[in-house]
Design a binder for this molecule. Sequence first.
Ligand code: HEM
Length: 436
Amino acid sequence: MTSTAQNPTPRVDDLIHREQSAIACPYPIFSDLRSGGGVAWVESLGAWMITRYDDVRAILRDTERFSSLFPTGPAAGGEALMNGIMQLMQEPEMQAVLGSTTMQRGRAAVLLNADPPEHRRQRRLVNPAFRPDRIRGMEPAIRATTERLLDDVCRELSQTGSVEIVSRFAVGLPMTIIALALGVPDDDLATFKRWSDDLVMPVGNHNPSTEQVRGFVLSTKAFNEYFLARVAERRVTPTDDILSDIANAEIDGEELSDDEQLGMLTQFLVAGNETTTKLITNTIRYLAEDPELQARVRADRSLVETLVEEMLRIEAPVGGLFRQAKVDVEINGTKIPAGDHMWLLFASANRDECKFAQPDRVDLDRSNVKEHLAFGNGEHFCPGAGLARTEARIAIDLLLDRLDDIALAPGNDFEFEDSFVLRGLKRLVVSARHHT
Ligand code: HEM
């Protein structure tokens, strides 16, 4: 760690301490940091913030010099989690849970927190599970799930005149689809949702309560037990789904270990659900707030795809992830010693005026709209990008089919989730006229 601090503004600290005002609109903070050189040490984070597009992209593409071992931040998060675990160790029941063999499973460094050469081997084996024809094959299920959720949305609209879109729509779609892809039956969906919430908790929360850590521990154990059994089933009887691909992945004699498989399944939940929920919610919010935008996309549905892309750019669901310097490096003239951590801000890079003209404006005619970094870049580029894009496109297209005049309704407090990494509204209340 180094102390060559570059006047961190208090507002950066507000973001790290998860003050609502900063989480709700971090963009002016990022803009200041970009114009101040783009590289700033932040003591409260114990890391450098990297805010310019070119720097973020270059670091993402350089796995030789930058490690992914701590993708959600330096030891602070792990330490807080460890403190919670030490507390729980005082309770005999929790001691037994924490000492159980299933708690030790799935700990292998995989994908998000793996480095080459293991990471390259893992991606070779995992990429086929997300191949385009597999995603295309999932489209009928995505449509059917979206229609079912929209039935509920419409019912609520006719009863009360408004609907809370996060809980009624945006959470359900990615959750149900990944559950389906992992062979989780409908009856287990509520449990699966709880696991997903509990497992994602440490991301962007560096001081979890003991109760939050308890939820994390219990859900990890239950998740591991459940999926060890499902993976074993799929090895004997493979079906046409992502779980079977993961269970039976093998290329030229290379395969995934049980622990790698378990780690990956956990990551699909952690990395895939909330992110897609946030993308769908953000898109609906922009449509509700901007009748002109809504009218334009309604009139030309080929623009839905562009809109989703522009939403990923302007409201990156994953604000940023971390890398650690393996060797001494220099970024924009700032020397960063080996061992230091860097927070690569996708949300800032995506609004870098040197890359995107008028970056704070939604512009469906941007020629470089797809060059955003919301899915990362290089070797760790999100394997679920195709699935997330397909879900969001279908969700918005069918929503526009069923609902007219979508607008914000009374009852919005615009409170954001308690995380500085995953940024998204807790609730979004909209009104609309609907067709049944
Ligand atoms: C809008 C939705 C999504 C966003 C914004 C998003 C964002 C990201 C980003 C930024 C990365 C790069 C991480 C890095 O460079 O360290 C990533 C990786 C990853 N994503 Fe996504 N993701 C989304 C949806 C999904 C879905 C649907 C899945 C799976 C079902 C998924 C699974 C993963 C996994 C496993 C990784 C790790 C890949 C690796 O490190 O090699 N994501 N995602």
